[in-house]
Design a protein around this ligand. Sequence first.
Ligand code: AMP
Length: 619
Amino acid sequence: MSLRKPIHFTISDTRDIIGIDLGTTNSLVGAVDAGFPILFADSSGSRITPSVVYYPAEGEAREPLVGSAAMRMRAVEPGRTITSVKRLMGRRNVPAEEAAMFPCPLTPAADGLRLQISDATALSPEDVSATILGRLRAIAEEALEKEITRAVITVPAYFNDAQRSATKRAGELAGLTVERILNEPTAAALAYGLDKLGEHSKVAVYDLGGGTFDISILELSDGVFQVLSTAGDTRLGGDDIDRALASYLLKQANVDEQTAAPEIHAKLLDAAIRAKHSLSYANEYTVNVPFLTGSESFECTVTQAQLAALAMPIVDRTRSLCHRAISDSKLELTEIDRVVLVGGSTRMPVVREIAAEIFGQEPDISQNPDEAVALGAVIQGGILSGKTQNVILLDVTPLSLGIETFGGLMNIILPRNTTIPAKAGELFTNAVAGQEAMKIRVLQGEREMAKDNWELGQFEIQFESGPKGHARVGVEFSIDANGILTVLGRDTKTHKDEILQIDHAAVDVNDEAVEAMISESIDYAFDDMNERVWTEAKMKSDELLPAVDNALAQVGDLLTSEDIATVRAAAEAVRAALETHDARQLKEANQNLDTATEHMAALLVEKAMEESLKRKGIL
Ligand code: AMP
């Protein structure tokens, strides 16, 4: 199936880079034109394109429909109308309840998921996103009257490597070279013109949309934005407020929520959304639903204060996430110079109040919150094409990246919230004698033990066999400006390299799991730390005990029986501690054994010296 109608133009200006906000529900496109960033409207005058695609039946010689035209087909052919495809990008599995939100079955394929819209047609999430991007590209081409081949596309800050790569691939399928994958809150900051703030200004971007919440703390220095930290929740937004208000209306209408027909739910949800939007500007709104239950109509007045009370517990969930982002940024609350609001839900007065309360200052509401992300993408496109200057954006890694080391521990190479592009490396050695290869397991996550983090990939580095600690293997992680990770392993003796690129692997993780990972790392912080201390102590015991036996055999005759008994007792205490799984006890026992063997260790050194001098004929 052809996904996009080719458009031929004779004029081509390769400098133009369009900016795209590829949203879960809605998408927008624009470019810097005649020096100004603008968002383009389609032929019906709308700047917002619903992220919806309708695929006609196989026999029909029609192209897929995108946007409002596709939305209209939803009621007629729901199984062929795809919405919220962004939630599937770069994912291999989704939980059953999430899969049930899609109108057609999701089937697994070697490189990810497929939307099975019929027996004959299975589409990847990239295919569907490419169709949306193709439509946005066409809107831009019509507005600019030239062919467009380059784009900046925004993604949520919590997107992992696989999700970023999938977005980039979707752009390529739509005939676009993706010059930059940009974090949404970072784009929004640009749109608010924060680059005009003074040196070292710190800003918070509070983004509450329909289904997701994101908070980012940024710093401006030398005209460059740095993302200091991000946090968020992919299941928190205006949709929750709609449901709370709809449920309140059901009660007012004396309708039992459990047994009410789906049409009643749908009608009251629609009414709730309309009421919510109006109550952002009016103090009072009268909900009026004709023939809600058969012949009976429903009317009820809702005040802004009533809506605020219903929304409060939902919006309040942003508080702890903001506190986490502030703490991760290592800033004091009072150091934040500006708070900007992004996302349609920030039009609600209660949201503005809570944001003001969290940050202790009035937020900046000077921009249209629905368009800020797209506008930022446009400005970034302008910067990259040389049409706008002075600001470069730097994003951060949403989770820590590292490798597994001996004992099953996570060894972090690039910590969470590292500004990208970034490069870092470490040198490793063989843990046991005679080892000929080292397995490099690339991990992502915040837990202390490798097994609790996610594996992004693995490869092996071969080296010459030798005694313990003989090999030298360098491991280097580099992430490019699009968040794509390359891991290089090098045997520094032979200079042989192995390279692993994590851009095309759809990792078996989902958006919620990113948040779950961060909160688990907090919940299990104590246990994890205990496990790490235990593992490290156990590795030390495993080294110490044979060394002590060996030393006793060599220099035991030079020690008093009391000394020997002390050493043996200390070694026994280590063996006993090994049975307990008590990290503190084992650490202490190791330390005591170290102290108890000090004299013996000195004798060993003396003996070795003596032997060496004898060999050289000095003694
Ligand atoms: P976004 O994901 O940024 O497009 O935001 C979409 C969310 O913003 C939806 O939950 C909308 O109901 C909500 N929204 C849009 N306009 C308003 C408004 N005037 N008042 C309150 N919420 C709004």
